[in-house]
Design a protein around this ligand. Structure first.
Ligand code: AMP
Ligand code: MG
Length: 475
């Protein structure tokens, strides 16, 4: 055992063993020509007792994948199917990643089961014709997305480690050859809607029951109730409606909301061609290959609801169809309620009642939709009370301003020094490229590190979202 891990806060678990026979295949990590540590997330590592590893130990575990003490002995590639842009694909699965280890997070961070999963760790039975690799730029983008989302209150996987691996990769969406990396992410489970779809496709009814049980017991910590499939769907509806709402309030476009990318916990994960939309532009699309705008900014709630309907479809052998449909119908109202709550949260406001809150948020979204104002600027200004007519002119903004009168500021809403900055912290595509350029040109990582620091300060300024499983900030 690593000396550094003789601590009582690293608690490995092997919950996955109970379903591994039908959900996973043992695989081996690739042997990389180099392993250069580029990013270690000590804040996240603290929540699971892994921050005491020195860099050499870190690389041994998260670059060469030597098993963690008492954790699972071999990596497991997970099996799943899914709808990609509404077309069913039975050839998916972890094609460039695996589940590396499971552990319990610190009680102060929620005490839930956590997975360490990888991206770019080599070929698996599900790699199809692809290389099993991740580009370094993809890894850097994943850091930026996850840090930013966490700071804006989105329940997200966290980027735990990025290690550069010294290979040349060829990609259509990056100047090639391009550098390679292996990423480790920390998340509350890797079971996704597509995991159920695959079992339903193969008529594995008994395994569906076992997977429902696993999700309720280990990922959602819910009593199964009279009909476990309904308990599960209900929780997924609640959490994914909140996920969709959280994307809107963050101004985030995930880009690939396929059913294999929607986790049962509703935790956001798997960041590819994501973007933050500068303005509240409903049709703003992240992925160049999303030609119809299926996953455009304002269609995300509908897209995720559609994915959840595929989960319901996969559960028909375990519950009455009518009861499943009734639960699905709760999604739009839940989405609206969570959107309103989160919108006020980002503004540091409270409302005396639901109607007042709703009236304000509708007016504000209406105004934003037709305006050139940047989303981050709007939230920043309005939280600080900088919303006079000179800055926000016209009838639509006037309507939002007058609806605002009925709301009040949360105590301490402006306490953090972040609120005295000149401008809000953003993550638009030009800045992503500006952070990547010095890394690509001269291995200068300073812009990335200072951005992560700035994002974390913004996260502290916002505090955590009420009613959410606590984000594991490791503070
Ligand atoms: P994604 O769009 O990242 O969710 O990936 C969709 C599917 O393609 C999953 O089965 C991935 O594992 C697989 N995949 C994506 N990129 C690669 C790659 N470079 N090598 C192998 N499989 C990949
Ligand atoms: Mg995926």
């Amino acid at each position: 055992m690593d000396e550094a891990l003789k601590t009582d806060i690293f608690h490995p678990e092997r919950a996955i063993d109970s379903i591994a026979d039908f959900i996973a295949d043992p695989v081996q990590a690739a042997e990389f020509p180099q392993t250069i540590l580029r990013f270690r997330n000590d804040r996240a590592a603290r929540t699971v007792g892994l921050d005491s590893l020195d860099d050499a130990q870190w690389i041994a575990h998260f670059g060469r994948f030597n098993p963690l003490p008492d954790a699972q002995p071999a990596p497991l590639a997970l099996r799943y199917h899914g709808h990609q842009f509404r077309a069913y694909n039975p050839d998916l699965g972890d094609g460039r990643g695996f589940l590396f280890a499971q552990m319990r997070e610190a009680a102060s961070s929620g005490g839930r089961l956590l997975d360490l999963g990888t991206k770019g760790s080599g070929l698996t039975p599900w790699s199809r014709t692809a290389d099993g690799r991740l580009t370094l730029k993809g890894g850097v983008r994943e850091i930026l997305a996850t840090e930013m989302l966490e700071a804006l209150g989105v329940t997200t996987s966290r980027t735990f480690s990025i290690i550069e691996t010294g290979e040349d990769l060829v990609r259509g969406d990056e100047p090639s050859p391009t550098r390679s990396a292996v990423m480790v992410r920390l998340s509350h489970g890797h079971i996704r809607i597509g995991s159920f779809q695959r079992l339903a496709y193969h008529d594995q009814t008994e395994e569906i029951a076992r997977l429902i049980d696993y999700c309720l017991r280990h990922l959602l910590t819910l009593e199964p109730g009279e009909v476990p499939a309904l308990t599960l769907l209900n929780a997924v509806v609640e959490r994914t409606a909140d996920l969709a709402a959280s994307y809107m309030v963050a101004g985030f476009v995930h880009g690939v909301l396929n059913s294999d990318n929607i986790a049962i916990t509703g935790e956001s994960f798997d960041y590819g061609p994501w973007r933050f939309t500068p303005r509240w532009e409903p049709g703003f699309t992240a992925a160049y290959f999303d030609q119809t705008g299926l996953y455009a900014f304002a269609r995300q709630a509908e897209a995720i609801h559609w994915d959840v309907a595929q989960l319901a479809q996969s559960l028909v052998s375990h519950a009455e169809a009518e009861a499943l449909v009734d639960i699905l119908r709760r999604y739009p109202a839940m989405y609206e309620a969570r959107l309103i709550e989160r919108f006020l949260w980002r503004l540091g406001l409270t409302a005396p009642d639901g109607d007042t809150a709703r009236t304000f948020v509708i007016a504000a979204v209406e105004a934003l939709r037709g305006s050139d104002v940047l989303i981050d600027r709007f939230f920043f200004d309005w939280r600080r009370g900088d919303h006079d007519e000179a800055r926000y002119p016209g009838a639509v903004w006037e309507k939002a301003r007058s609806a605002l009168g009925a709301l009040s500021q949360q105590p301490g809403a402006l306490d953090h020094p972040y609120w005295q900055s000149d401008s809000p912290c953003s993550m638009h595509i030009d800045e992503v490229e500006a952070i990547w350029a010095p890394i690509a040109e001269r291995d200068d990582w300073s812009a990335l590190h200072s951005k992560v620091e700035a994002i974390r300060a913004m996260g502290q300024a916002h505090g955590s979202v009420p009613g959410q499983p606590r984000a594991s900030r490791g503070e």
